[in-house]
Design a protein around this ligand. Sequence first.
Ligand code: 6AU
Length: 267
Amino acid sequence: PSFLTQTYTERAKVNNNACAKKLLELMDKKKTNLSVAIDVTKKADIIRIADILGPYICVLKTHIDIVEDFDMELVETLKKLAEKHEFLIFEDRKFADIGNTVKHQYEGGVYKIASWSDITNAHPIPGEGIIKGLKEVGLPLNRALLLLAEMSSKGSLAKGQYTLDTIEMAKRNTDFVIGFIGQNRIYDNGDDSQDFLYLTPGVGLETKGDSLGQQYRTPHQVIVESGCDIIIVGRGVYGAKDDAEIKERAEKYRKAGWDAYLERIGQ
Ligand code: 6AU
């Protein structure tokens, strides 16, 4: 059967990437396909929100370079929270340079992303060298990569042939590329030889977008109609007035995402 109608656990059994396997397993165990983007700029806020959200999420997404008071203690704490609550960490770095440069950006510099982030992502725009460069650093550490096949923002150039070529690039690198950031499940159209995960941002229940081109769809549209696997929600969750409301919103999105998944697999 298509991966579309299989449970995450069934898919975990046949996935050869350790990181993807772990993710698929913990999603069914915790009953969540929600990833929250904690796009706040203070270390203490990230840690506090991560601890509140822990039980509701499968993936914690960071933009580490927006943190004003960054230090390695922040990522050490996030790693501990990831163990405590069983979630993966995804640094949304969107690498976009030649292989040799991204290798350094991934491994070193101030942030040492590869040392703490289970998953990261890259634009396919430079060609396959970007994957090869990141792989040299990430594969020995059991890390995994997502390619940006499509974007949620208005006027995105990642479409048509570009998106199809991105998928071909992923198929040639299945040891390290576990899936895509995208808006639609493009690959799983009758060709099920490789299971890719689709993580989808641009998800909101209250609004249709923002003033800077972001566009929102509902969890149902993303999981059922477009066949994606994980919803990524930022301001819809952390943009609440207090911690109690952050918790409420996380549960609301978790339930919406999970109900959509159950509907898709026919349970
Ligand atoms: O829910 P929001 O709009 O507050 O946040 C969406 C999050 C942000 C973006 O940097 C990210 O998702 N994002 C991405 C990712 C995850 O790579 C791709 C994309 O096409 N659109 C998008 O919003 O942290």
